[in-house]
Design a protein. Structure first.
Lengths: 523, 79
């Protein structure tokens, strides 16, 4: 009989384990199915509104579910359930996007314990770019919103001095045709990405190429930053194959030059860069971009979009909106193409180039300049093109951080008094009027689960993010700790979910006045 | 009947009853395993079927809570 009892107990244990696994599997499967459905539904609803924000819907779901367990206090542990889903159900896939149109900015959504957060994965930016040719070249990139008085500071701002060899891009000969060493002073803003100039980095010691190293910087940069420069430089060199256009249709193969150098090479206002004789042939549309330089072949437009002309067929607003959507004409030869305008190693969607020569002046010296309007990931709430290796501090990588905390309540339920939440650490002693040992085996009625989500540190539009997420407090001071809040300085989002669990019961066997014999009914 | 035979009979009876209970538990275990897994599988089939159910509107076809589990007991101080 003892064997049967033991065997039966083992079977019951297995049944319990299977039930726990089933419950966890059910939660996980539900999150998976739900994320995909949410993505498709969001895509469909946005499409009905004529919005391109969710053409490719994407959802990430976090749930901290109580798990079944064998402890005598009922379920106290929480199991994180993570599921992501994406889907498209849209008629807006080829929708025209206008620069500055908020309805065309792609979004993704993260749901943490039922609380929704919307992140834009791209943003609009306008840069003024100027180059002064001569012995000293200055390439400056200024946000178009920068006041003109502040723009002048860029002339006298930080710069790095490079020594590099100019390549022959047509024959892909770097250094082989003899060194033509120049010293370039590149004015920068204070980010590493802007220090990196592709025209400097294409000629590196890698692959037998000569030159291309940083001589000095003013102000000085740390050795760590120098190493990062060199690493980025190697990556640029290794990826240069992707920037080589193969011969096609009689057009000889050539390396894609940096955007601004390409413009300068074809503009009589600038002195062409030595050894770079590259022809361009942008397909120009009557209503599309007008480039300041002539014809040639760069690359075919690979981004689907539509030419933007249609006639409103009705004055009724709703009807007109629907008709306008239908009237948009598909044009595979779209004016919008991608190019790494600001040399941050990520291509931007280029919308407009406007000659603003004369507006960038310093002490009466004006330089030729262009205003470039782009859509780029660097202006987004979260930059999907960046990983941990792109930052000196890996915590700046956009996305969920590994930090995860559960705060448990140390006293009874909220009865109007202040709630005290403490970081739950097994066996740690806390003083809350009386000394309390917090144990994971104690049953708390409330849990506060905190996750940390890092946004794009270069995020430009904090106000827009807060407008999209009105439940997020601006700043984490004061009483804002009670909920989700954004630290606007570090662009860190603290997500705090207050989870109630009032179904559990604490079973305690009182051992004080009883013995095992009592428990078993003995005399 | 001798005491030895009585004890043996009792043992056989108890063992048989225990074995019956054990078999029921074993059967229950198999059934629970089957129910659990079939439930997950059928839920997925049900989800997939809804996509091609033309009697439903598009919103209903894509209803995220088509099969819902217990909602999270979540509290917010701000909404």
């Amino acid at each position: 009989m003892i064997e049967l009892a033991v065997f039966g107990a083992v079977l019951f244990y297995i049944i319990g384990a299977m039930t726990i696994n089933y419950i966890a599997g059910s939660f996980q499967q539900n999150a998976q199915l739900q994320s995909m459905r949410r993505a498709m539904l969001a895509s469909y609803l946005a499409s009905k509104e004529g919005s391109g924000k969710r053409s490719s819907g994407s959802f990430l779901i976090f749930e901290d579910r109580l798990t079944g367990e064998f402890g005598k206090f009922g379920a106290v542990d929480r199991q994180p359930i993570v599921a992501s889903g994406s889907g498209m159900m849209t008629a807006q896939l080829m929708q025209v996007t206008d620069w500055g149109d908020p309805d065309s900015i792609p979004e993704t959504e993260v749901i943490v314990n039922g609380e929704s957060f919307v992140f834009r994965t791209s943003g609009y930016a306008a840069y003024v770019m100027a180059l002064k040719s001569g012995n000293v070249a200055q390439i400056i990139q200024i946000d178009a919103s920068t006041p003109s008085s502040a723009r002048q500071e860029h002339f006298a701002g930080a710069y790095c001095q490079y020594d590099f060899t100019v390549c022959d891009p047509e024959n892909d000969e770097c250094g082989a045709a003899g060194p033509c060493v120049s010293q370039y002073y590149v004015t920068t803003q204070d980010t590493i990405e802007e220090v990196i100039r592709p025209d400097v980095l294409t000629c590196l010691p890698e692959n037998g190429r000569a030159g291309g190293y940083v001589i000095s910087c003013n102000p000085p940069i740390s050795s760590e930053t120098t190493e990062q420069l060199q690493r980025l430089a190697r990556e640029w060199t290794n990826s240069s194959i992707n920037r080589y256009v193969a011969p096609k249709d009689g057009v000889p193969g050539h390396r894609l030059p940096p955007f601004f150098t390409a413009m300068a090479a074809n503009d009589p206002k600038f002195t062409p860069v030595p050894n770079e004789s590259i022809a361009f042939n942008f397909t120009r549309k009557p209503t599309g971009l007008v480039f300041p330089f002539g014809s040639g072949a760069l690359r075919p437009a690979w981004r689907w979009s539509w030419d933007k002309f249609w006639e409103p067929l009705s004055t009724d607003t709703d009807a007109q909106k629907k008709l306008n959507i239908k009237q948009k004409i598909i044009d595979q030869e779209a004016p919008f193409f991608s190019y790494d305008v600001d040399a941050d190693l990520v291509e931007e969607s280029l919308y407009d180039v406007k000659d603003v020569t004369g507006s960038i002046c310093n002490s009466g010296l004006c330089v030729a300049a262009y205003m470039v309007k782009v859509q780029e990931s660097n202006a987004a709430d979260i930059d999907p093109t960046k990983g941990a290796k792109d930052f000196a501090d890996p915590n700046q990588r956009p996305g969920i951080r590994p930090e995860f905390r559960i705060y448990g309540k140390t006293s009874g339920p909220d009865e109007g008094g202040a709630l005290t939440y403490l970081d739950v650490k097994e066996g740690k002693l806390f003083s809350d009027g009386k000394q309390v040992a917090v144990s994971e085996l104690r049953k708390n009625q409330y849990d506060v689960v905190e996750r940390v989500y890092q946004l794009n540190v270069n995020m430009a539009d904090v106000g827009g993010f807060l407008a999209n997420n009105p439940h997020v407090a601006n700043g984490c001071g004061g009483t804002n700790f009670q909920g989700s809040c954004l630290d606007p300085n570090t662009k860190t989002l603290y997500i705090r979910s207050r989870l109630s669990d009032q179904r559990g019961r604490k079973w305690i066997t009182d051992l004080d006045n009883r013995t095992w014999n009592d428990s078993l009914g003995g005399e | 009947m001798t005491a030895t035979k009585k004890k043996k009979a009792q043992s056989i009876t108890e063992f048989s009853a225990g074995m019956v209970v054990l078999c029921l538990i074993l059967y229950g275990m198999v059934e629970i395993f089957r129910w659990g897994m079939m439930d997950l599988a059928e839920r997925r089939f049900d989800h997939d079927r809804s996509f091609s159910n033309r009697t439903l509107s598009t919103e209903s076809q894509l209803n995220p809570n088509f099969h819902d589990v217990r909602p999270m007991d979540t509290l917010w101080y701000r909404r």
